[in-house]
Structure formats: C-alpha cells, structure tokens
Design a protein around this ligand. Sequence first.
Ligand SMILES: [Zn+2]
Length: 112
Amino acid sequence: MHDAAGIERLLKDRLTRIDDDQAATASERSPVMLDQSRIGRLSRMDALQVQAMAEAQERRRRAERQRIEAALERLADGTWGLCTECGEEIAGARLDFDPTVALCIRCAREAG
Ligand SMILES: [Zn+2]
C-alpha cells in the first residue's frame, strides 16, 4: 500500500533537488562569452561543449519536473496510481520504481 503523504514528500524532495541542481549549474548554461585574447580556440570549444551538456541536463531536469508536478497533481486529486490513459490501477512495483509513472504497463507498451 502506498501512503500518499510519503509519496508527496518523496516527490517534493526530488523537486528540491532539481531546484538545487538548476541553481548550481545556472552559470554553466549562461551564454559563452569568453575573452578571445586570453582564451584560445580549444578552450572556447571546451566551454561550448560544457554549455551544450549543461543544456541537455537542463532539458532532462525540466522534463522530470513536469512529470513530478503532474504526479503531485494526481496525488492531490486522488488519481495517483491510476493509469491516465485507461484508468486501471498501475502495478505497485512500477510505482515503487518510479512514483511519477502515469501509465499502466499495457498503455506504456502501446505508447511505445
Ligand atoms: Zn492503462
């Protein structure tokens, strides 16, 4: 049996961690403005690569934030644990693995 308060706490902890990560990496994602006279071509390419990786991570964090927020909404309206597609209960093991899952295994397979 899943306890809603426990799930909510877990999801909110994950949101807090995402906030922290976002704050910690904000400078890496800022536009690359390097002093060309001091920094060579290679360092500039390194900086661009770091920025590209930071942006990819940021996109993943945003996607996760959306999943978590959607799961919190389902918790609030009492539909957490039910498939958003067919309304069937999602298997407990699936929810244990990831409390933000929105689809039962069958609908997830159909969605590809
Ligand atoms: Zn389903």
